[in-house]
Structure formats: C-alpha cells, structure tokens
Design a protein around this ligand. Sequence first.
Ligand SMILES: *Cc1c(COP(=O)(O)O)cnc(C)c1O
Length: 431
Amino acid sequence: MKYISTRKHEETNIKKAILKGLADDGGLFMPEYIPQLDAGFFENLPNLSLQEIGFQVAKEFLGESISDDNLKEIIDEVLNFEIPDVKITENIYSLELFHGPTMAFKDVGARFMARMMAYFSEGKPMKVVVATSGDTGSAVASGFFDVAGIEVYILYPKGKVSPLQEKQLTTWGGNIKALEIDGTFDDCQALAKQILSDEELNQKFTLTSANSINIARLIPQSFYYFWAFAQLEKLGKPIVFSVPSGNFGNLTAGLFAKKMGLPIYQFIASTNANDVVPNYLETGNYETKPSKQTISNAMDVGNPSNFERMKSLFNDDVSEFKKEIESYSFSDEATKETMIKVKNDFGYTLDPHGAVAYLGLEKYSEKSSADFVGVLLETAHPAKFVEVVEDVLKTKIEIPEKLEAFNKKEKQSLEFPEDFEVVKQFLMEEK
Ligand SMILES: *Cc1c(COP(=O)(O)O)cnc(C)c1O
C-alpha cells in the first residue's frame, strides 16, 4: 500500500509516512485507497475481541511492513484497557474511550503512534516535538515515556492549561521534557512548526511531529467503531455515531471504518462554538476562523487539520460530505444544560466534550425518522475537567487514582519566552 500526500506531490510507504508525520508538500498522508474487509470478517465481528479487531484492521493499513507477531504485540500493549459501551438511555450509549493512562481518547492514537515510531526507527535516536493545549501532550508523553532512543519535547502555553493537565505534562522526567512557553497555544504550534522545518536542527537531529496529522494516530482510532458496532449490532437498529470534533481526526477514522465496509448509518460531527465544518456543510464555503474559547476546550479549533483528509475522501465535493455527515454547533450554555439533564435524569456524568456529542444525537433525532441507536464518543473522563464539571453539576466528583497520582508529583518544566531563537538555542545544545 502506498501513502500519498493530500496535496499529491509526495508518495511514500507507511514507514516513512509515520516517521515523517507531515509530507514535504505540506499535505497529510493518506493511504492510496481504503482497504476493504471481507464478508468473513463482518460475520465474525461480534465474536472478536477489541485486540483481534485492532490487529485485523491495522494489518490492512500496514501490510507487509511489520510481521504479524510484532503487530499483535503492539496492539495488545496499546489496547490494554477497556473501551466499554455504557447505556445511558434506551437508545443512547456512551462509548467510553477514556480508560487509558491519561484518561482521554488520545491515549489510543498516541500509544499506537509511539510504538510504531519506535518499531520503525529501529533504535535510531529521534526527537518528537508536540504542541499541546492540554490533552495531546500528556497522551503523547505517556505513549513515549521510557521508549529508548526517543526524546519528547512538549510545548505548552504557560498558565493556559488546567492544573491537572499541567501535572500530566510536566511530571514525567526521563525522556520527556516540558517546555513552558510564555504565549498562547497558537504560539506553541507556530514554534513547533518552526522547529520542525528548521534546517540546522534537521541536520543535527531526526525530528518528527506527534500532532494529529500523523497517520499513525488515525489508524487505531478506527478500531473502536468496529468494536462498538459489534457490541450493539444485536439490537437490530441502524447505528449512528456522534463524534465531538476539533481537529476531526476521530471522525476521519470513523469514515475509514465505514469505507472499509462497516455499515454505519450516519455520522454526526458535533462541535462547540468553533463551527467551521457545520458552516461548510451549510454554505459550501470553507472559512477558517481564529479559535474561540469554550468549556469543551479540546475542541477549540478554528482550522481543523484533518479537513484536508476528509476533503480528499469526498473528492472535494460538499454534496458527498453531506451524504455521510450531519454537523451541528452547540453553545456552552446548551452543553451545561445537557450535563445537568443527563446527570439528573439518567445518573450519568458527561464531560463537556461528551455532552456536545449527546446534543448532536438529540438534534439528529429531531430531524430523522429512523429508529436508531445513537453512540456518543465519550472522549475524556469528567475528572479531567473537574473545575467545569463541579461548577456545572454543583457537586464534588471523584478523582480517579490514575489522575490523583499525577497531582501528587512535582512539576518540572523549562520556561521559555515565545521566541524561536531562544528555544532553538536550547535544542541545539541537547544531545
Ligand atoms: C482532542 C479531543 C477531541 C477532539 O478530537 P479530534 O480528533 O481533534 O476531532 C474531543 N474531545 C477530547 C476530550 C479531546 O481531547
């Protein structure tokens, strides 16, 4: 299988696509076609474990680049936590993607990417650079922690991540370094880009990005669509997925699953006030905007990076897009009301991102005549957003031991001004 840049000027294999992250022409790598799974796979699907599904799906994308034994070992390590489908109402289920080490769905993608990079880099030293507004950095750190030969540099905006998020970024030590930048998330992202494209740094080191542009983060995110479907198929109803979306990696992985043959009835791309994609589906015009701050802050994205991938899947045709995806934007007010309602009526605590996805299912059910089962992707444990959740629900929530463990550790960060030359100087002196 070849991997081709969305901008068409670069063609490579999966190994190079993963090690590079971004193509030289600025595009994102896509498989040249989406592989199909055979009828036998789908017949057997309800009997497969999450790990077996992961192996078979991943193998389609990785082909001969890795042996079955190595791939199995990696998949078993990556998916060593549960992904339960929890019933909220008669027709709404929450697919809890947050039972990994940092308690956000990004663990799935980051753990797979880390292991694939380690495998393909064959022990050669490498530096991974990642800008984060919170969740990505910790999932990446956790995925790469203690991987021989790989050093991770996390750039995060000083004072703009939650106290718990900061602890999850800064308490690793070892091969993980947290760079606390006196600037915004956008500044961190710009710095990361400058680092990755700097000639001198690239001469001295092998650099790569761990942001959601890497195809290795996308592939494993398609596993759990098959898994959730397998659990719910027996209900005999059409299955609708509502995906709380920011950079649209999670949704794009769902589109992969459907193209591989999984008969998903409908996708709902649920967003907060950052409504570039819902607007595109309504007007046909794609207009990026500066991001707006909301209570579902992991989705505060004004220019979703995976839009380029979705466009290539739909041949840049908005009417093709609309056949697969409904997209709605919701306010913080509506998000809060939903968190309260779902807690009071059904006893289930949603985090703000999951609440946005819940709203998407509600809105879709108003306009659809289908008797469907809705699955919301619950992308983070509510305790990751403890300040917001406690403020909205007016009650204390329990902090799981896994998160409490971070709180108990000492912060270790390196402070930098928002100045590329200063950061570069520091990196040049690294081993
Ligand atoms: C990153 C993130 C999202 C958005 O996922 P995308 O793949 O970027 O659309 C949603 N919820 C949480 C909790 C996240 O961390």
